[in-house]
Design a protein around this ligand. Structure first.
Ligand code: GTR
Length: 412
């Protein structure tokens, strides 16, 4: 129900200022060139990309957009909450692991829900992604622990009543049958999604200054994804060289930022991530920079606010975030009725990342025009599709992601 309400809100034309749904009002713009160094030198080979341009772009996103991820290592401890080898009618082994970010009981903690396919021998590839409302909402399974962390809609408390309400976004059986593990955690376990002056979640672990390059919530969610990866590296049933990171909407923004920083993620998927995710800010279509910084002042670094209505002065645009994932496969997808996330801007961003993939000897994006609805382009190293329907995650999206992953992992 909560999800349905949210989707309904997102698909109504926005009533606030700071958005545009008129293609005729998209300004003329020039994207910063991912293959030119800050000093103007063109990047002509993979080594210059790797050693100079990639670090330069990463630093620009950290300074100007998402904030710097703290370098301090946190001592992590895990606690096995349960293991059931007969989950999903014997199809899966379900594990729940509490990941403590610190030595004591007051430390913030994230619960990982892991499903391993029982019918596959050896290590399995996995899909990892955060969920919006608690692990217990991902499946109608009474054994899944109900989150005690903040839940963003319907007040602050999660309960048994919410079980499985987000299950349409997590087709676990379908994924298991294709030989992939499913791993998820609630994003609010990492950092509750409201503007509280950064006093809760994992923000409490790192001293914070007043500097405008301090990280926001998107940065912490990305950090949490990397900590989940630390755990998956130790899971003997999972092939940690084949972890596909995916995320929807705000969690898709976090997934791209995590995938840009942490090269252990083999494939990165952005589902309807829009402004601050895959979509080009300079198009000012759908949600704009000013709008997102006003609605969600805690998501980005303070520095990002200086680009409200001044997108042209950004030293980056989101195609460069996608390019940071190169040469690893990346997949961007949009939905027809999700103008807020600017499907065309998401496609053009993926396309503008293509020269970096080509420089690195990868096929990049195989289509040059925004493809027709539900004609996916999965053959290149950059995949893309636009499907019918709303801002959501559907079986159609999952099917394309798994086809893309199969291809790149040379499964079957
Ligand atoms: C919207 C926000 C988008 C997107 C979305 C979501 O309210 O404007 O940027 O992140 O939420 O996460 O569902």
């Amino acid at each position: 129900m909560r999800t349905l309400l949210l989707i309904a809100c997102l698909t109504l034309p926005a009533q606030q200022p700071g958005f545009n749904y008129d293609e005729a009002k998209v300004p003329a713009y020039t994207l910063p060139d991912p293959l030119v160094l800050a000093d103007g030198t063109p990047v002509k080979d993979a080594a210059t990309w790797r050693k100079k341009r990639r670090p330069e772009i990463l630093e620009l996103f950290a300074e100007q957009v998402y904030g710097q991820t703290p370098k301090t290592k946190i001592k992590i401890r895990t606690e096995s909450l349960e293991i059931d080898k007969t989950a999903h009618n014997g199809l899966a082994t379900r594990k729940q692991v509490r990941v403590w970010f610190g030595p004591n009981a007051a430390a913030p903690a994230m619960d990982l829900l892991i499903y391993l396919p029982n019918n596959v021998k050896g290590r399995v590839p996995a899909f990892l992604g955060l969920n919006f409302n608690g692990n217990h909402t991902a499946q109608p399974d009474p054994e899944i622990r109900v989150t005690k962390s903040w839940v963003r809609a319907k007040g602050n408390v999660a309960s048994d009543k919410d079980r499985g309400e987000g299950a349409s976004r997590w087709p676990v059986d379908m994924i298991l049958k294709r030989g992939y593990a499913v791993v998820t955690a609630y994003y609010g376990d990492i950092d509750p999604d409201f503007d509280d002056g950064f006093k809760n979640g994992v923000h409490t672990l790192f001293p914070r200054s007043e500097k405008p390059n301090e990280w926001g919530s998107l940065g912490t969610w990305a950090w949490g994804l990397s900590r989940a990866m630390d755990i998956l590296e130790k899971e003997k049933e999972i092939d940690s060289a084949k972890v596909v990171l995916h995320g929807h909407s705000r969690i898709g923004k976090a997934a791209l930022w995590a995938g840009a920083q942490d090269e252990r993620f083999a494939i990165v998927i952005s589902n309807d991530s829009g402004e601050g995710g895959a979509a080009l800010a300079r198009r000012k279509f759908g949600e704009t920079t000013a709008r997102i910084n006003t609605s969600f002042p805690h998501w980005f670094a303070g520095n990002f606010k200086q680009y409200n209505d001044k997108e042209d002065s950004l030293p980056v645009d989101q195609h460069m975030l996608i390019a940071l994932i190169a040469p690893r496969p990346v997949y961007v997808n949009s939905a027809v009725e999700d103008a807020w996330a600017d499907p065309k801007g998401e496609f053009l961003s993926a396309l503008a990342a293509d020269p970096v993939y080509r420089l690195l000897g990868m096929p990049g994006l195989l289509v040059k025009e925004h493809p027709p609805v539900e004609i996916p382009s999965i053959g290149g190293t950059i995949g893309y599709h636009i499907r019918k329907g709303k801002h959501d995650v559907t079986d159609y999206d999952w099917t394309q992601w798994m086809n893309f992953a199969d291809l790149h992992f040379k499964k079957k």
